[in-house]
Design a protein around this ligand. Structure first.
Ligand code: HEM
Length: 216
C-alpha cells in the first residue's frame, strides 16, 4: 500500500514537471520574449493574458498548485536522493545531481520572483500595465540581474534535463540509442529556451539598447 502511494506520488510529480509546469515555463518565456520588441509589444501581450476568462482559477489550478506539489515533493526527493552510481555512467550521475541542485535553486528563485511580481500585482503595489517598468527597475540592479540569470538558467536546465529523465521513467526512451538522441534533443531545448529567456531579461534591463539594436 505504502509502495503504491509512493509510486503514484512519483508519477504525479514527474508528470506535473512536464504538464503543466514545463508547458507554463515555455509560455511564460514566450510572453517575456515580446519585451525584445519593446515595452508596448510586451504590455499588449500581458493585457491579452490578463483579459482571459477565469484567469485566477486557471493560475491556481494549473500553475500554483502543481508547482507547490512538485516543489515540496521535489525537496523531499532531493534530500533523500539515492544516487544511482552503478546504473549509469559518470555524465548521467552528474546530471542526476544537478537536477536536484537546480530544483532547489529554482524553488528559491520562483518564490522570490512571484513575490516581486504576482504578489505585488495582487496587493496593488504594481499595475499590470507597469510590469515592464517594474522588471526594468528590478534588473537595473546588477546583483538582481545576476540572480535572475542564475534562476532562469537553473529553471531551464532543470526542465530540459527533466525531460530526459521523464522520457526514461515513462518508457518513451528505452534503449541507449534513444537515450543518446534524447540527450542531444534536450541540450538543444536548453540552448534555445536559454537564448529566448536571456534576450528577454536583457530587453527588460536595457530596453533602449535592445530596441535600437532591433531597428538596425
Ligand atoms: C520551473 C519549474 C519546474 C519545472 C518546469 C520542473 C520540471 C521537472 C521535470 C520535467 C522533471 C522530470 C520528471 C521525471 O524525472 O520524470 C523534474 C524532476 C524533478 N524536479 Fe522539477 N521542475 C520545476 C521545479 C522544481 C522545484 C521547485 C523543485 C524543488 C526542489 C523540483 C525538484 C525536482 C526533482 C528532485 C526532480 C527529480 C525527480 C526524479 O529524479 O525522480 N523541481 N522537474
Amino acid at each position: 500500500m505504502e509502495g503504491h502511494r509512493h509510486f503514484f506520488n512519483r508519477k504525479l510529480h514527474s508528470l506535473l514537471g512536464v504538464v503543466p509546469i514545463g508547458a507554463f515555463l515555455f509560455i511564460h518565456l514566450l510572453t517575456n520574449y515580446y519585451a525584445t520588441r519593446g515595452e508596448a509589444a510586451f504590455e499588449t501581450r500581458v493585457s491579452f493574458l490578463e483579459g482571459l476568462p477565469f484567469l485566477s482559477l486557471i493560475e491556481i489550478v494549473f500553475i500554483f498548485l502543481p508547482i507547490l506539489y512538485h516543489g515540496i515533493y521535489g525537496l523531499y526527493i532531493a534530500f533523500q536522493a539515492k544516487n544511482n552510481v552503478g546504473n549509469y555512467g559518470y555524465f548521467r550521475n552528474v546530471m542526476f545531481m544537478l537536477q536536484r541542485v537546480t530544483g532547489v535553486i529554482t524553488l528559491i528563485f520562483i518564490a522570490w520572483h512571484v513575490w516581486e511580481t504576482k504578489i505585488q500585482l495582487v496587493m496593488g503595489t504594481t499595475q499590470a500595465s507597469g510590469l515592464f517598468k517594474a522588471m526594468n527597475d528590478i534588473l537595473a540592479n546588477p546583483l538582481m540581474l545576476t540572480f535572475y540569470i542564475i534562476g532562469l538558467l537553473c529553471a531551464i536546465f532543470h526542465f530540459a534535463n527533466g525531460l530526459w529523465s521523464f522520457g526514461v521513467s515513462w518508457g518513451i526512451t528505452v534503449g541507449p540509442r534513444a537515450q543518446r538522441i534524447s540527450t542531444y534533443v534536450t541540450i538543444i531545448i536548453f540552448i534555445l529556451m536559454s537564448a529566448m529567456g536571456l534576450m528577454a531579461l536583457f530587453a527588460f534591463a536595457h530596453p533602449v539598447d535592445v530596441a535600437q539594436a532591433m531597428q538596425r
